[in-house]
Design a protein around this ligand. Sequence first.
Ligand code: ZN
Length: 425
Amino acid sequence: MDFSHRRCLLTVAVTAVVTAAVTSVLTPVLFARSTTTPGNGQDVRATSVILINGDGMAAAHREAARLYLAGLDGRLAMDRLPVSGQLTTSPHDPSAAVTDSAAAATAWATGVRTYNGATGVDVDGRPLAVLGQQAKAAGKSTGLVTTAQVTDASPAAFFSRTADRSAQDEIARQYLTFSRPDVILGGGEDWWLPRGAPGAWPDRPAEDPSEGSRGTRGDLVEQARRDGYHYVSSAEGLASAPRGRLLGLFANEEMFQQRPEGEGDVYAPPVDLATMTGKALDILGGNRKGFFLLVEEEGVDEFSHHNNATRVLQSMRSLERTVEVARAYVATHPDTLLVVTGDHECGGLTVENTSDTDESGSAPSTEDGPFPVHGSTLRFVMDWTTTGHTGVDVPVTAEGPLAELFTGKHPNTHLHDVLARALGI
Ligand SMILES: [Zn+2]
């Protein structure tokens, strides 16, 4: 055997090993693109889509959470998704340059920018096709999981069409009659029951006497039961719920108390977002045609409105644990597109050193902290510039089929276009 022949054999052997390795790496990718027409990347789809919304979350919220939870050299699970980009969030509203959650989620759910307060309708009030209903019509299972009211603006835009986001009882009614999500988990029991019917969560509780059943569309919990939903209102009930249609309402309104800082503000949901998400994935994953799941952590936005950084960081921890649950699912189901983003920024938040000599303007600074940098003796503060939303871009990170389309900077309607394509809508 001369030298060149040995080298040739070695090359063959190495090629075989590399081919085997590449094949094993590519197998899940090929499986993930099982609906691909050979040679035509235009037809790439995902079997399933998980969209995670950190309501009110932009770059500073993510960076504060990274420092606090992972440290200077650490990375959050939401930041380890392989693809990242930016989304602009401006609405199409004659009276506002900065979006609310309803217009932002309508852009995601329909691909159409609209006015603040609209869920699933255009600027003239005309109903639009919404992704939650379209996914269902395409044979997929659908679900929504949130620490807000299940009928709050972000989920409402995917599963209902109303001119005014505040009509949460009408939104609940449309869930049962129009979009029919298979899994509905979160807060907001008050909107499912008529006045005088307290339900599992008592009216006028001590922690917030303003809460109480206020629906005007009848007993929608009972209607859901008649429609085949298993209804639960506790962590135990959720854990033991069978596979099948599921309605879980775990609070009168939001699943936390968003009172002013130090006046009864509490972030301690009776069931955490990661647990609700795991249950939703367990149920929805049973559909071989796939699913669309919207997951939302509302505390980031609500506590940013209150400039309450301690509770924002708790909400971000909840969101991060939820992303870990979703990533574990995607690891074993690579035909799933996972997207993590925020609908808009809230609070005009930034992250600063602890120096008190760097303030602008004459008004007192609205800083929170200092907070420890994980694994370090360093500390940082979180500084707020508004109690409202701002128009800065939101980061978007993604993995799975079509994730690469999020690279670059796009309007928030682009998220709709990618999700619709992924779901084959
Ligand atoms: Zn907000």
